[in-house]
Design a protein around this ligand. Structure first.
Ligand SMILES: [Ca+2]
Ligand SMILES: [Ca+2]
Ligand SMILES: [Ca+2]
Ligand SMILES: [Ca+2]
Length: 478
């Protein structure tokens, strides 16, 4: 009896203190304290918190401590952002609030969304914390001029078929064009991290492959986020899940069996994790340490000569979208790619730490390139990722943003080879150390032509016709 009475008194005291907190004593907190494992103690309390608002085109809205985090292709640390409860989103318009530094007042709540709860199994309970606004945001500082509002870009008007832009290659129909396939992939991690630029990268590349190079829709497989096209420009074939990947691989296996083996162009734009080493990063930001790299269970990272390149021996990771098991190790990714019976592979890898995927994907007849080295972040704007957009500009022969001509064909044989596209993208990219590998040893360089790499980089995504040899075209890819 006495026990029960003290319990009652205790619960009365607890609820009183919550009420007192709620009335008038709104607590201003640091985002990192709110979004910690101790955050649970503030649930149902009204709190105030400062940060930058990010408003994505699908309505996903969150407060982040530093806008720079949204330019990096590695998942934002859990304590660096908090999602605004979906019921409150109509208080926040993109035009007015995106990028503004604000003070928010709201109640801390736990998401009951099934997808969030599933994802929380790996991300931890703090990932479920949401802010349910009780007041409109108070703008402390307007969006800095030049801050782009993230959006899905319209299709580019600059992409034209190759044959129209180069009459010398108009005779390509005389030749049998080799079979060409592509996988365009982005997972995106979760709603707050799935930047619209990932779709913009895929859309631009899809358009260039189809319109300029003549790839057929049936031979371009898009594995993207939740499996839904965000702006109806191009179809998404599979969601970024393990099942989506398995289906994509078996689709291409069947397709190559029925219509013939050929080259595979693999593009990945996504978040990536690994070991960050400030001393090896071109753009200094944050501090060194393991940022989501995984223990190398099959010990392949230690195999010489890679073992001495990467003294940490960690597996790099890319991501699915909203899965309770959200990581794709480099080994798993290489496993899927290696099941496809291609003749040649070109891989263009955009994620942070993507240089660390090259060792895993190594092999003969493979041209592998990445935006970043194994130990640094890769970077993008609100619209596109830097390396990806410059690489695609090289293939397009025009720059997406300016419409100005781009001539990456330094050998003047009328085709842009993969090595030339890499060198053009690298020359434009001041944020990271892009990597390149084509001699099959799995060790990449940022300067093909020096050392062993660069010798097999003449491959191009067209039909292989070159104009250099007068009196007849060669078709070396056949
Ligand atoms: Ca491994
Ligand atoms: Ca590694
Ligand atoms: Ca690796
Ligand atoms: Ca090499």
């Amino acid at each position: 009896m006495k026990n029960l009475k003290s319990k009652l008194l205790l619960s009365l005291a607890v609820s009183l203190s919550v009420v007192m907190m709620t009335i008038g004593q709104e607590k201003e907190m640091e985002l990192s304290a709110l979004k910690s494992d101790k955050g649970r103690q503030y649930i149902d309390q009204i709190v105030k918190v400062k940060g930058f608002l990010v408003v994505l085109p699908d309505g996903t809205t969150y407060l982040v401590d530093d806008l720079t985090r949204t330019e990096i292709n590695t998942p934002m640390p859990m304590a660096s952002y908090i999602v605004i409860d979906s019921a409150n989103r109509n208080r926040i318009t993109r035009e007015k609030y995106h990028g503004a530094y604000v003070l928010l007042t709201g109640k801390l709540v736990l998401s009951r969304d099934r997808v969030d709860m599933d994802l929380a199994r790996t991300l931890g309970e703090a990932s479920l914390l949401r802010l349910s606004l009780t007041q409109a945001p108070q703008v402390l500082r307007e969006r800095r001029s030049g801050t782009e509002i993230p959006r899905y870009l319209p299709e580019s008007r600059s992409v034209a078929p190759l044959s129209q832009s180069n009459s010398a290659l108009g005779k390509r129909s005389l030749y049998v064009c080799p079979r060409r396939y592509a996988i365009l992939f982005s997972g995106g991690y979760n709603a707050a991290n799935a930047h619209p630029r990932y779709w913009n990268d895929i859309q631009y590349l899809y358009q260039v492959l189809r319109t300029r190079y003549g790839y057929s829709d049936q031979d371009i497989v898009v594995i993207y986020k939740d499996g839904i096209t965000p702006n109806s420009s191009y179809p998404v074939d599979y969601p970024a899940t393990a099942a989506g990947w398995t289906s994509a691989v078996s689709y291409l296996q069947n397709r190559m069996t029925t219509t013939g083996r050929g080259s595979l162009f693999f593009f990945a734009t996504n978040h990536g994790s690994g070991y960050y080493d400030l001393a090896q990063a071109k753009t200094a930001y944050g501090s060194s340490g393991n940022q989501g790299g995984l223990v190398d269970s099959n010990n392949d990272e230690a195999i010489p000569p890679h073992g001495s390149v990467d003294p940490q021996h960690l597996d790099e990771v890319v991501y699915f979208y909203n899965q309770s098991s959200n990581t794709i190790t480099d080994d798993q990714l290489a496993g899927w790619i290696n099941q496809i019976p291609f003749k040649q592979l070109v891989a263009v890898l955009e994620p942070c730490f993507s240089g660390g995927l090259i060792w895993d994907l190594r092999g003969p007849n493979r041209i592998l390139m990445s935006a970043a080295n194994e130990f640094e972040y890769s970077w993008g704007s609100a619209s596109n990722d830097f390396f990806a957009v410059y690489f695609t500009d090289a293939l397009n022969g025009k720059a997406l943003y300016t419409g100005l001509p781009v001539n990456a064909d330094t050998s003047q044989d009328c085709v842009v080879s993969m090595k030339e596209a890499f060198l053009y993208a690298k020359s434009m990219d001041s944020y990271e150390y892009p990597q390149y590998e084509d001699n099959g040893d799995g060790i990449s360089t940022t300067t093909p032509g020096v050392g062993g790499d660069g010798i097999n980089g003449d491959f191009d995504l067209g039909c292989g016709l070159r104009c250099a040899q007068q009196g007849g075209f060669s078709n070396p890819t056949e």
